[in-house]
Design a protein around this ligand. Structure first.
Ligand code: IPD
Ligand code: CA
Ligand code: CA
Length: 257
């Protein structure tokens, strides 16, 4: 059987190039879930199908969950795909989006990759062997003070989250070094893994879509938690995620939540 790590790395790259080729032909934008702010394009669907087909050829019969397909898999062993993470960036031509693919083995992601086809940056991990950026090992930053830290913050869209997000933003403006966001949660989390930022906070994230990025962060020495402790990395229900380089930064942020 083909090595899963080698497979996932090669496939993320191939799918990323597919995204760029498909974009050249045409991009049709549609609305998902009856929400005008939730977008999907023909490219998301085509690339999802492409990735599923490749997996089927190399690992026949294995289960596949894709953000853009109607399947109900969220436990056991399966492949998890987000063909374009950061679709809003993609449709506006903002070069921060990624292809995300992981293999989940008995409820735990064992290998995964996050690829930005514009910057050609490929993050990957293999459980127990480490995390890599373009095959070079990466590690989280060693900053322990919030005032030296760059934090990504993405808040949600309901009333409670507006209040919460505004307070959080206010807190970070005062106590962190800088506060920003890429709007591709996979890339946000990988930025923490690569030591480019210290933490990212999402008010409303379906973690299953970016389980590869969570694996990359953990293998790079970082931590990902939920609102009141352990995170469900396979949730299809949006939830709070705090991803941080270390316990000091995580605790400082948790105190403000
Ligand atoms: C979105 C991105 C974004 C996050 C949204 C996600 P999508 O993924 O990860 O950063 O704020 O909640 O839905 O829809 O572009 O795959
Ligand atoms: Ca997506
Ligand atoms: Ca996503």
């Amino acid at each position: 059987m083909q090595n899963r790590y080698d497979f996932v790395v090669a496939l993320a790259k191939e799918a990323g190039e597919k995204v760029l080729q498909a974009r050249e032909k045409h991009v049709d934008i549609s609305i998902k879930n009856n929400d005008p702010r939730d977008l999907v394009t023909n490219v998301d669907i085509e690339v999802s199908q492409f990735i599923s087909q490749r997996i089927g050829e190399s690992f026949p019969g294995e289960k596949i969950y894709s953000e853009e397909a109607d399947d109900d898999i969220s436990s056991g062993s399966f492949w998890a795909i987000d063909p374009i993470d950061g679709t809003k960036n993609f449709v506006r031509g903002f070069p921060m989006f990624s292809v995300v693919i992981a293999y989940v083995e008995k409820d735990k992601a064992s290998v995964g990759a996050v690829y930005n086809p514009i910057t050609k940056e490929l993050y990957s991990f293999e459980r127990g062997r480490g995390a890599f950026l373009n095959q070079i090992p990466i590690h989280v930053s060693n900053k322990t003070e919030l005032k030296e830290s760059t934090i990504f913050l993405t808040t949600g869209r309901n009333q409670e989250q507006w209040e919460w997000g505004t307070k959080m933003y206010r807190f970070l403006l005062e106590y962190s070094h800088s506060v920003r966001g890429i709007a591709s949660s996979g890339l946000d989390i990988c930025s923490v893994a690569a030591g480019r930022s210290e933490a990212c906070i999402y008010a409303n994230l379906t973690t299953i879509d970016v389980i590869a990025a969570i694996g990359i962060l953990e293998e790079a020495g970082g931590l990902a938690e939920g609102k009141s402790g352990a995170l469900d990395p396979m949730s299809k229900v949006p939830q709070i995620l705090i991803a941080a380089n270390n316990q000091e930064i995580l605790s400082a942020l948790r105190a403000a939540l």
